[in-house]
Design a protein around this ligand. Structure first.
Ligand code: SAH
Length: 288
């Protein structure tokens, strides 16, 4: 089996697990936090095929050193994750996850009585976006607040397609979902077909340029902070005047830098939310 994903494992004292997980997890596909032995936690940072494992190992060494931790004893190690193992692990861990005010994410085939919440069914696959991650939940809540009936939305970095589904279910009449990872697009296409009737959602491989000149009432993007800094102008161009940007995927610590980059591209911050170390901004596009 070809390994396309990697996992970086580091063992850290319990007292530092949140802080180190936030720093090391930023820009990764997700961090799993597991008990290692009393007082020590193992952090498993999942990396995609496009990420340079050597750079991440070096980053782990630096983070541990910065906390005065004995790097050699904490054994930062990178291992390939075989696709099948990942899928199995994910399937096993996928218990119902409430999303926003109205939805619950369920594995395909799970019973669907969840206190009146509308089920979104996920087919286990390799893309990020099970609803477990704080940033996905923050974005889903904001999408619920912002989508108006008949509006057009762009989901940048759709992963499993979860946020595109929430937008469509909340009344968007057109959602374009894009992701640079063809594997994610394949998963999202399947998940969308299982969850959204009709052709309201279209999914394509690509990024912001894949909109091909189309403009939207709203954009949701749950991507690493560097994306917003590099693409602030492009995101503004994708929105109508007064359009909404829901931005997440970065840490509370990075909000000021991202808000400054987006302000320079005409955005005004309307609302801020956070869960643990993770932040989500709602911004409105102004005149350029
Ligand atoms: N929207 C989902 C997934 C977020 S993970 C959720 O909220 O749960 C981020 C996704 O963005 C990944 O699937 C990754 O492949 C994709 N991505 C990363 N950089 C991107 C870029 N520059 N343009 C488009 N998609 C990108």
């Amino acid at each position: 089996m070809t390994a396309r994903w990697y996992v970086l494992c580091v063992r850290v004292p319990d007292a530092l697990d949140d802080e180190i997980a936030a720093v090391l997890g930023s820009g990764s596909l997700g961090v799993e936090v597991a008990a290692f032995r009393p007082g020590m936690t193992e952090l498993r940072v999942y990396l995609g095929p496009e990420q340079d494992a050597g750079v991440w190992r070096e980053r782990a060494v630096q983070v541990l050193s910065a906390h005065g931790l004995p790097v050699a004893a904490l054994a930062p190690a990178i291992d390939p994750v075989a696709d099948g193992r990942w899928v199995e692990r994910w399937q096993a861990s996928l218990s119902p996850i409430p999303l926003g005010r109205h939805f619950v994410v369920l594995a395909t085939g799970a019973a669907s009585d969840h206190g009146g919440r509308e089920p979104i069914r996920l087919i286990p696959g390799m893309a990020f976006g099970t609803g477990e991650h704080e940033t996905t939940r923050l974005c889903a809540t904001a999408v619920e607040q912002r989508v108006t009936s008949g509006s057009h939305w762009l989901d940048l970095g759709t992963g499993t397609g979860l946020l595109a589904i929430v937008a469509a279910r909340c009344g968007a009449s057109r959602v374009l979902a894009v992701d640079t990872d063809p594997e994610a697009v394949a998963v999202a296409s399947e998940v969308l077909a299982a969850n959204v009737a009709g052709d309201a959602v279209e999914v394509r491989v690509g990024s912001i340029d894949e909109r091909r000149g189309e403009t939207f009432d709203g954009v949701v993007a749950n991507i690493q902070s560097s994306f917003f800094i590099a693409n602030a102008g492009g995101i503004a161009a994708a929105l109508v005047y007064g359009g909404v940007l829901i931005a997440s995927g970065f840490l509370v610590d990075d909000v000021d830098e991202i808000a400054a980059a987006l302000s320079a591209a005409s955005f005004r911050v309307e609302a801020r939310a956070s869960e643990g170390p993770w932040a989500c901004l709602q911004l409105l596009r102004g005149e350029r």
